[in-house]
Design a protein around this ligand. Structure first.
Ligand SMILES: NC(=O)C1=CN([C@@H]2O[C@H](COP(=O)(O)OP(=O)(O)OC[C@H]3O[C@@H](n4cnc5c(N)ncnc54)[C@H](O)[C@@H]3O)[C@@H](O)[C@H]2O)[C@H](O)CC1
Ligand code: K
Length: 494
């Protein structure tokens, strides 16, 4: 799903109007109808106070108000006084003439228990709102508030430091907006409302959807040799848990063989993994022989001088196979950025990224720096977080749509590394492997959160539910017509 900026949204609007032979009014009606469905589904017994602005966002609010009233649902509608209303807004005002519409004062008389619907401004806002809006926004804070398209005052594509509505749920049309992904904006929940806009090709900035279409179907004749070998390199004295989690994740990642290379102190690992230990007890000293299809290194390697030397030596002798670099490998490479290999996959969390590209004042600045680094070095960057971003060397950016805050626990990243390595080892091209791994990891976390709750779940539970995540994705793939339904297992999944 393309994530569009406000100019692209306007162009898509116009294109849809042309192709579908409709008026912009019809789109607004569609938008309001879909909102009505979503809101009454979520709040079947609610009464509503709608705050409408002068543009089309306000028009959406007026149309929704009419539809709610026609259904006999208690609704008050407030309209901001303005010298200029949009055409569709005016048309909707006329249709509401038989109902009362109140003038929106700075502090309107809201029903005490109503749900606020914020339809003041959407993506049409040119600059941030002034502080005169603070009183109203503070008055509605603490009440259940639903924003139409965007919380009013929030700029769709930039950092907003001026006042905006704190909404509980944002019902956003067509696609999420860039501003929703910035932690500093605190958008806790958004729901995408499909209003049937025409899709115009695949853009460079996408929200992950339909990930099941990326799945390969292994042959019935597959054997451990054809499903690929993954090699995980890492561990050091006192830091052996990370390689354990990464190994277990790789073993649930679908590849034929998982090999591990670690120092002498590497603990016992699951017996399915082939473990080789370095002659040195505390850290990796020697370079392992590589006969795997893909490698992940850095997992709990430590930052000792010897560990650093071993990593740099290892990078210099690596054959051209997909390479995932995580954790301490990133910290070591932050000191030697010139040694970051072209084509490598780096999986930093924001702090690790900052060590490579310098600190940033906002998420927007960090995204910009990540995009530049990926292009300049010809690498793939997976910047982990609530909406993990995958930056490609060609400028493409994918934003993950799965995952939850229950995954914000130590060890989650090690599991992602193991999983990615195993998926790459199977021969998936990087362009598919990265979204597949990142999405699956989040999906396993979502199932864990649903089953165990966000608080109690830990990183190991992502592993526990990885099989369910794979099965869910396979099931989705089975139900799409393009996918060949070959095996009994697949038929059973249906
Ligand atoms: N394609 C879609 O997704 C559809 C979206 N719809 C809705 O339309 C709005 C966008 O409408 P638009 O009229 O362009 O803009 P707004 O309503 O957000 O605001 C315009 C309004 O605000 C005034 N204004 C601009 N900047 C400022 C400012 N800094 N301070 C004060 N006032 C400002 C401007 O002069 C206008 O009067 C979108 O978000 C959706 O809700 C369609 O209904 C369906 C298709
Ligand atoms: K709004």
């Amino acid at each position: 799903m393309n994530i569009l900026n406000k100019e692209q949204l306007r162009a898509t609007d116009q294109h849809t109007i042309q192709v579908q032979g409709i008026r912009s009014w019809d789109l607004m009606e569609r938008a309001a109808r879909e909102l009505l469905k979503a809101i009454t589904r979520e709040f079947p017994h609610g009464e509503f106070s709608i705050l409408c602005g002068p543009g089309n966002n306000g028009g959406d609010g007026l149309a929704l108000g009419r539809m709610l009233k026609e259904k006999g649902i208690n609704t008050q509608v407030f309209l901001l006084e303005s010298p200029k209303y949009s055409e569709d807004n005016l048309e909707n005002q006329k249709l509401l003439e038989e109902f009362e519409v109140f003038n929106l004062e700075k502090l309107p008389e809201l029903w005490p228990d109503s749900i606020i619907i914020d339809a003041l401004y959407g993506f049409g806002l040119r600059t941030g709102l002034g502080i005169e809006w603070k009183a109203l926004f503070e008055k509605i804070e603490g009440r259940t508030c639903l924003a139409i398209d965007l919380p009013s005052g929030l700029l769709a594509d930039e950092l907003t430091t001026s006042p905006y509505v704190k909404a509980d749920i944002v019902y956003t049309f067509h696609c999420p907006k860039k501003a929703f992904f910035a932690p500093e904006h605190g958008i806790e929940s958004f729901e995408i409302i499909d209003i049937g806009l025409e899709k115009v090709g695949d853009g460079n900035y996408q929200y992950l959807a339909d990930v099941h279409l990326l799945l390969n179907q292994p042959s019935r004749f597959a054997h451990k040799g054809t499903l690929g070998q993954a090699l995980l390199v890492g561990g050091s004295k006192g830091m052996t848990g990370a390689i354990d989690l990464a190994t277990k994740a790789a073993l649930r990642g679908g590849c034929g063989i998982v090999k591990v290379y670690g120092p002498g102190c590497t603990p016992d690992l699951p017996s399915e993994a082939l473990v080789q230990r370095d002659i040195n007890l505390e850290y990796i000293k020697q370079t392992p022989t590589i006969d795997a299809k893909t490698t992940a290194i850095g997992i709990g390697m430590g930052m000792s001088h010897n560990g650093q030397e071993a990593l740099l030596e290892f990078l210099s002798v690596l054959p051209p196979i997909p390479l995932v670099l995580d954790a301490d490998a990133l910290n070591i490479l932050a000191k030697h950025p010139e040694k970051i290999p072209t084509g490598a996959i780096l999986t930093p969390h924001p702090k690790e990224l900052d060590r490579i590209v310098g600190t940033s004042k906002s998420s927007f600045e960090r995204w910009e720096k990540a995009e530049k680094l990926a292009k300049k070095k010809g690498i793939y960057l997976i910047v982990k977080g609530a909406n993990t971003h995958i930056f490609f060397p060609d400028g493409k950016i994918l934003v993950n749509s799965s995952g939850n805050y229950g995954m914000a626990k130590g060890g989650s990243g090690d599991i992602l590394t193991g999983l990615l390595t195993a998926i790459l080892a199977q021969g998936y091209p990087i362009e598919k492997a990265l979204p597949l791994g990142v999405y699956l990891h989040g999906l396993a976390g979502d199932i864990a959160a649903e089953t165990l709750g966000h608080d109690a779940m830990n990183a190991g539970d992502i592993l526990t539910f990885l099989p369910d995540a794979w099965k869910l994705l396979r099931r989705r793939a089975c139900t799409t017509s393009k996918y060949p339904r070959r095996s009994t297992e697949q038929r059973e999944l249906l």
